[in-house]
Write a protein that binds this ligand. Structure first.
Ligand SMILES: [Zn+2]
Length: 343
């Protein structure tokens, strides 16, 4: 964390300068140029990452995630918006995570997704598996900072809950905002929608997750995020995924060309010296931890050895039997030879 703070203080003036100039950024090829205007994007502790088995370390001190005031009443209004990079839902600061070292108040949630032709758009991967989409519920350290703007560039500023999304069963919780998506087709459009139970957007189990130190996955890429990626994914239907992947544009309604807002995910970043802590320890972690291959190889070698031994014993028995048989024949033939006829 010390190195994060010092890196932040060194590069911050440059980044603010870029931000003030209002540098535009895009996905696809564009992300490789982010660091020209946003130096943190080319720096350390970047997100997302591919969460591979060999990076994992079980941490028994990781408590289940606990969230408070997530069940919002429908008479309250939330702002659903298209910011040109994602679909975003504003969240009230009275929603918070209570199970971390500090209280982290909610600010917004947003999504990353693939395209109708390629439904692979999650940012985090698990053993190189990319999911259809990913939701980020962004919180800031409200014990130390008055708002998200002052927390966003601090090493202990943000905590983001990441939810991996697969195409499958229809999800009624996601429908609560997806049904209004046509009202935010163009960049900078916003609509007010009735609030709902945000907890229902998360997986049932909040005790199984991956934890690591990383960054914002969009410019200015500040390395200020304590990441929690839930182990269990949620599903949305094919129709719901297509609504997310095809309804919105990254351009304004007045623009002559309308660019579809799709494939808005950043590729996996260098892990460097980081490890990923895991809150769960189950049998399959043993297999995931790279022990599967050695165990299979040793078992296969053992099988080959036993099979060879059995073969050897059988062959030896057969050759002994054949030798005995030929001895008998020789004896009989010998009888004939000696006496000209059988005795
Ligand atoms: Zn995000």
């Amino acid at each position: 964390m010390h190195s994060l703070s010092s890196t932040l203080s060194l590069v911050l003036p440059l980044t603010l300068f870029s931000a003030l100039r209002g540098a535009k950024w895009t996905y696809d090829d564009g992300e490789h140029h982010w660091s020209k205007h946003y130096p943190y994007c080319g720096g350390a502790f970047q997100s997302p990452i591919d969460i591979r088995s060999e990076l994992l370390r079980f941490d028994p001190t990781l408590r289940p995630i606990e969230v408070q005031n997530y069940n919002l009443p429908p008479n309250e209004q939330l702002t659903l918006g298209n910011n040109g990079h994602s679909l975003q839902v504003s969240l009230p600061a009275r929603m918070f995570i209570s199970s971390l070292r500090h209280r982290y108040a909610a600010a917004q949630l947003h999504f990353h997704w693939g395209s109708s032709g390629r439904p692979s758009g999650s940012e985090h991967m698990v053993n190189s598996k990319q999911y259809a989409a990913e939701m980020h519920v962004v919180h800031y350290n409200s014990d130390k900072y008055p708002n998200i703007s002052s927390a966003v560039d601090k090493s202990d500023g943000l905590a983001v809950l990441g939810v991996l999304i697969e195409v499958g069963e229809f999800n009624p919780a996601y429908e609560q905002f997806l049904k209004f998506i046509n009202g935010i087709k163009y960049k900078d459009q916003k609509v007010q929608v009735p609030a709902f139970n945000i907890r229902a957007l998360l997986p049932t189990r909040l005790d199984e997750y991956y934890r690591y130190d990383g960054s914002l996955t969009t410019p200015p890429c500040y390395p200020s995020v304590l990441w929690t990626i839930f182990r269990n994914h949620v599903t949305i239907s094919q129709k719901q995924f297509l609504a997310l992947a095809t309804a919105m544009y990254s351009s304004n309604s007045q623009d002559s060309a309308h660019l579809p807002l799709q494939s808005n995910f950043r590729g996996p970043q260098s892990v460097d010296s980081r490890i990923v802590l895991v809150s769960f320890k189950e049998d399959d972690l043993f297999w995931m931890n790279g022990l599967l291959v050695p165990v299979v190889v040793i078992s296969a070698l053992g099988f080959v050895l036993i099979a060879s031994l059995i073969c050897c014993i059988l062959r030896q028995k057969r050759s002994t039997a054949e030798q005995n048989k030929s001895k008998n024949v020789a004896y009989n033939v010998g009888d004939r030879d000696e006496y000209g006829s059988r005795v």
